[in-house]
Design a protein around this ligand. Structure first.
Ligand SMILES: Cc1cc2nc3c(=O)[nH]c(=O)nc-3n(C[C@H](O)[C@H](O)[C@H](O)COP(=O)(O)O)c2cc1C
Length: 583
């Protein structure tokens, strides 16, 4: 294998160059009308990477395969967004199984002829699934303290390293009682195989979706989750064993992404002294680095037959956006009585509404829309309210799932409304942070209307920018994909870009994409709950979208597109159940 193509976790580049490299990567991986970002051209099917990683030789523990009726059962979907309606499940193998099922497991197999492929609870660009998940647990009965890799193919955990109980407890001691950790990493090669230089972006989108599925899955169990954003990438790599070159002999490496704490909150209506803790922004670095001295089990499987194709710019951006520091955003972290989501006006459960588990299991990307289905304005308002982080500036007080991201929201939505009853078709803007509206206005075309749509709730910062039929334009901007024009609406996710990166550092580039992924995940589930369907759109023409908005510099950039509508099913596909199909 070409060593340079398998560098594994990389150290930081000098900071003064790093931002330029990240900005150049972003610029060079834009799709233009006249030229797509550099990619492989034809797909090398013989070298297609395996979407399932195993650490061969590591002991594997099957997680209980729970039916929907098994405990812990799933609350009504709408209750995910209501305050204090879900009692915390104890952290056991069964509840961990539920968490991983709802967040990262296979949700179905699809088949056409002899070809079969798995879908998962988390969506993925090109269904290539670069994201790998790890669990660090110390007090779960039946699971020795240590680090485990999640095997999605078998819904099992394989033990990478067992930790002495006392040292494991030390690592978690600053966290609330019964907390455990989830780590995410990316096999960038899985996306590179198909998408070439744009792959790093797609991996970050997928991390964001996985953060979203995890936070929402944790909420179904009455648990909180927070990215420990102070942890450096070096710490995450060491803790998860990703820096152990000998454990990847000839195998494709994983890039460390993030680590999150998950913990049960107080029982409903039972304020508990257990909840009166402050969650730290990081892990004790020294305790995490103890991991290096442990006995590690298993060797990573090789995913492609041949060597990964090397793209220099991918190594460069990985290096430049590496988080070497323990720096983190100075926002208030959960502290005091563990906060739940603010209540909303949705109707109370009446026994007929679908459970969160039903919505999560049936989430799929639409392949095509009917070009006719419309949605009610009220539905659009509710759906947009769900992507609003809440008025609070403190992560601890924000609405779920935004309470998992410890930074000030930096992504807004530019909506192409096609068919929403009571709405004029046209271009709209949702400022997810009202305080950013002035800056957005300043950067956009001066002729935009900025008119409040009729009936729009006052706490929803939504404006009509320009009336008009945007169906053809939206499809054209999304690489000519009809799904962007045939739905009820589609959108571009507009990130506060260069000033944010200058202020926070080049490592924040990845987090901007993560935020878009969480927004996408909320929208996927909201679409299902509304009887509609959604699709993430990673293929879009960057600067033509910016021209539509009037952006003539990099203060704002569109990082992800998305579409929602009434789906047409592809009747050629057979759907098989997630795990029994393996028997
Ligand atoms: C970041 C991201 C980008 C995507 N881009 C596109 C796209 O440009 N066009 C498209 O048809 N589907 C796109 N998808 C949808 C994926 O193809 C889909 O998630 C994958 O095939 C798995 O199917 P599922 O979502 O039904 O589980 C994207 C998904 C993600 C998460």
């Amino acid at each position: 294998m070409n060593e340079r193509s398998n560098p594994g976790p990389v150290p930081a580049a000098p900071t003064n160059d790093a931002l330029d490299i990240v900005l150049r990567y972003h610029e060079e991986t834009k799709h233009h009308f006249a030229r797509y970002a550099r990619g492989p051209g034809a797909l090398d099917w013989a070298n297609q990477p395996d979407p399932f990683r195993r650490y061969e030789g590591a002991p594997a523990f099957a997680l209980p395969r729970l039916t929907p009726a098994d405990e812990p059962t799933s609350p009504p979907y709408q209750s995910l967004y209501r305050a204090n309606t879900i009692a915390s499940a104890p952290v056991t193998l069964r509840s961990l199984s539920r968490l991983l099922e709802y967040a990262m497991a296979i949700s179905a197999w699809k088949q056409v002829g002899d070809t079969r492929w798995a879908l998962r609870s988390n969506p993925s660009s090109g269904n290539l699934h670069p994201t790998e998940a790890y669990v660090f647990a110390a007090g779960v009965a039946g699971l020795a303290p240590g680090v485990y890799h999640y095997i999605a193919l078998e819904h099992a955990l394989e033990q990478r390293a067992q930790w002495p109980p006392q040292r494991a407890m030390q690592l978690l001691q600053a966290l609330p009682p019964d907390a455990f950790l989830i780590g995410l990493s990316s096999v960038v090669w899985r996306e590179t195989w198909k998408y070439g230089e744009r792959a790093f972006r797609y991996c970050q989108h997928d991390v964001g979706h996985a953060v979203g599925t995890l936070r929402i899955a944790a909420r179904t169990l009455g648990w909180r989750m927070l990215l420990l954003d102070g942890a450096s990438d070096d710490t995450i790599a060491t803790l998860l064993g990703l820096d152990r070159a000998d454990d990847f002999p000839g195998a494709e490496r994983e890039h460390p992404d993030c680590i999150a704490a998950i913990w049960p909150v107080a029982q409903v209506d039972m304020p508990s002294p257990r909840a009166t803790v402050c969650v730290p922004a990081s892990l004790p670095e020294e305790a995490a680095h103890d991991a290096a001295g442990l006995v590690w089990r298993g060797r990573a499987n090789r995913l492609s037959r041949g060597a990964p194709v090397y793209w220099e710019i991918l190594d460069q951006v990985a290096r430049a956006s590496w988080k070497a520091s323990t720096e983190h955003t100075v926002v208030d972290l959960p502290c005091g009585r563990a906060a739940e989501s603010p209540a909303d006006d949705a109707p109370r459960p009446d026994g007929r509404e679908p459970s969160a588990g039903q919505i999560i299991r049936r989430r799929r990307s639409a392949l095509a829309f009917d070009g006719k289905g419309s949605i009610a304005a009220e539905r659009l308002f509710t759906l947009l309210a769900r992507v609003m982080p809440g008025a609070q500036r403190s992560a601890g007080e924000r609405a779920m799932p935004w309470d998992a991201l410890p930074w000030q929201p930096a992504v807004h939505l530019a909506l192409f409304v096609h068919r929403v009853d009571g709405f004029d078709p046209g271009l709209y803007l949702l400022a997810r942070d009202r305080a950013a509206a002035g800056r957005l206005k300043d950067a956009m075309h001066p002729h935009f209307d900025w008119a409040a749509p009729a009936g729009c709730p006052t706490d929803l910062p939504l404006w009509l920018l320009q009336q008009g039929d945007a169906r053809a334009l939206a499809a054209r901007l999304s690489c000519g994909q009809a799904i962007a024009g045939d739905g009820a609406f589609s959108l571009g996710m507009i990130a506060q870009f260069e000033p944010t990166l200058r202020e926070r550092g080049p490592w924040f580039y990845r987090r901007l994409f993560w935020e878009t992924g969480v927004i996408g995940q909320v929208l996927y589930l909201e679409a299902e709950a509304a009887g509609l369907r959604a699709t993430g759109i990673g293929c879009y023409f960057d600067d033509p979208m910016h021209q539509v908005m009037g952006f003539n510099d990099a203060r704002f950039q569109s990082l992800y597109h998305f579409t929602i509508g009434a789906a047409l099913e592809d009747t050629r596909l057979t759907t098989l159940p997630p795990y029994q199909a393996l028997a």
